[in-house]
Design a protein around this ligand. Structure first.
Ligand code: F0G
Length: 432
């Protein structure tokens, strides 16, 4: 795995983070408006004239009282970083603008990715808006939520549906890109991670450059967690922060490779020499039992995360922890996020469910400042949301019951009435 490193003596980054405050006054310049490129000095791998931006990163750090209460925090201690506000509706646009910038510097014509849906939606949007490259996307058949599939199709990407899951699609796309010379934008591409570092810069910016105590993030392919760790490593090295937040990476229990390896089998960064034997023997077990990732959170339905080692580095630097949460826990957390507005897709709610678990364990204190990353927009996966709130038991069982979800404790059920004014009025009086 390659990593981007900088010669900071030559790059000359700013000496304080408040340097970035002045950028907003120049927001008519797209490089100052972008939530990625207004931090260009901290990802200086391309000259300004090569930068590709479609206005990504206008995202919000939202102080959520309701979700904070659900998690068990004191008021004003739980924040949601809402990455659903990106152009394609997920955090992936942060990394995609960086990958496109690099692709432009080398003159790539076609770009490919394997995806559980958000990377592909993001790639498709950037191709459609910029017209720099043609998109080829690989998805596992039936493994992608409808909102995301509809984006790839609508934006005109060549969509290859593989009879397999994400892990299969990832293996194939690596082979195909090598064979056909297509630019690969999965997070094995180190430039993607450079863009994703900026999510942390925006969190710090919103907190007036005072780092929170915890960053809680869902873990799938582990690009985000790796990028967050790198962001803090560099900020520390540059003397721009004096305190590093702790990192909590949350797996779905049906796709829990990192949790298993880190919390049960003792896999560690180990000064840059992690024991890959531990990981490989676990993968051999998965193969021997034909075990596949399985969770309602299709975004993180991944058993072989490509950024595993970089994530171990991040966990090491940020004194991290890993947890797994069930589909039930994720969906209940998702309903709580939705009830406060700014809803999210199931995988994103892993961060909130994980924070609640860590709070209950006492690992997170009630008055610590916690930031949960909401990685994707609520509209990405309408099937899961509607099934949670439905009154149709058959639909509930089909979508959720089959995954071990038993209750919908926070469901907001629609009220069925006949097409009759009196009955409608009665129903409104009864329920409001
Ligand atoms: N949340 C959402 C909504 C995602 O789409 C993903 C990953 C993750 C969390 C996990 O992030 O991979 O950085 O650990 N989605 C990828 C995709 C795999 O293809 O869209 P990670």
């Amino acid at each position: 795995m390659l990593d981007v490193t900088y010669d900071w003596d030559r790059a000359r980054p700013p000496t304080t983070l408040s340097f970035f405050d002045q950028k907003w006054a120049r927001r008519l310049d797209p490089l100052c408006f972008s939530g990625v490129w207004r931090f260009h000095e901290l990802l200086p791998f391309a000259p300004p004239e090569k930068i590709v931006t479609i206005g990504e990163g206008q995202t919000l750090l939202h102080d959520s009282l309701g979700v904070g209460k659900f998690v068990g925090m004191q008021p004003n201690r739980l924040f949601l970083q809402y990455e659903g506000m990106n152009p394609s509706g997920s955090f992936k646009d942060n990394g995609m603008s960086a990958a496109f910038t690099h692709a432009r510097t080398i003159g790539a014509q076609r770009a490919a990715c394997a995806s559980t849906g958000n990377t592909s939606a993001s790639l498709a949007v950037y191709c459609a808006v910029t017209q720099f490259m043609k998109a080829v996307i690989f998805v596992g058949s039936g493994k992608i939520a409808y909102g995301k599939l509809s984006q790839a199709l609508d934006y005109g990407a060549l969509t290859v549906q593989i009879a397999g899951d994400f892990d299969d699609a990832m293996a194939r796309v690596k082979e195909v890109s090598e064979q056909l010379g297509i630019y690969l934008v999965n997070s094995v591409n180190p430039f993607r991670l450079e863009g994703q570092k900026t999510i942390m810069y925006r969190v710090l910016e919103a907190m007036r450059w005072d780092p929170p105590d915890w960053i809680v993030v869902p873990g799938g392919n582990l690009g985000n967690s790796s990028a967050f760790g790198k962001a803090f490593m560099e900020l520390r090295e540059l003397g721009l922060i004096d305190r590093v937040p702790r990192l909590a990476v949350i797996n779905a229990s049906g796709a829990n490779t990192l949790y298993e390896l880190y919390e049960h089998r003792g896999l560690r960064w180990n000064g840059g020499r992690p024991s890959m034997e531990i990981a490989n023997s676990y993968y051999a077990e998965l193969d021997a039992d034909s075990r596949r990732a399985s969770t309602i959170a299709s975004a993180i339905e991944i058993n072989r995360p490509v950024n595993l080692t970089k994530c171990l580095r991040a966990l090491d630097f940020c004194n991290g922890v890993v947890r797994e949460v069930t589909d039930q826990e994720m969906l209940d957390a998702k309903a709580q996020v939705g009830a406060g507005g700014l809803g999210c897709e199931p995988a994103s709610a892993a961060s909130v469910a994980g924070a609640k678990m860590l709070r209950a364990e006492g690992v997170i204190g009630p008055d610590e400042r916690v930031v949960c990353i909401l990685t994707g927009h609520q509209l990405k996966d309408p099937t899961a949301t509607v099934a949670y709130h439905t009154t149709d038991q058959e639909q509930f069982n089909k979508v959720l019951g089959s995954r071990g979800v038993k209750r919908a404790a926070f469901a907001n059920r629609a009220v069925a009435v006949s097409n009759n004014l009196e009955e409608i009025v009665r129903a409104i009086q009864l329920y409001s």
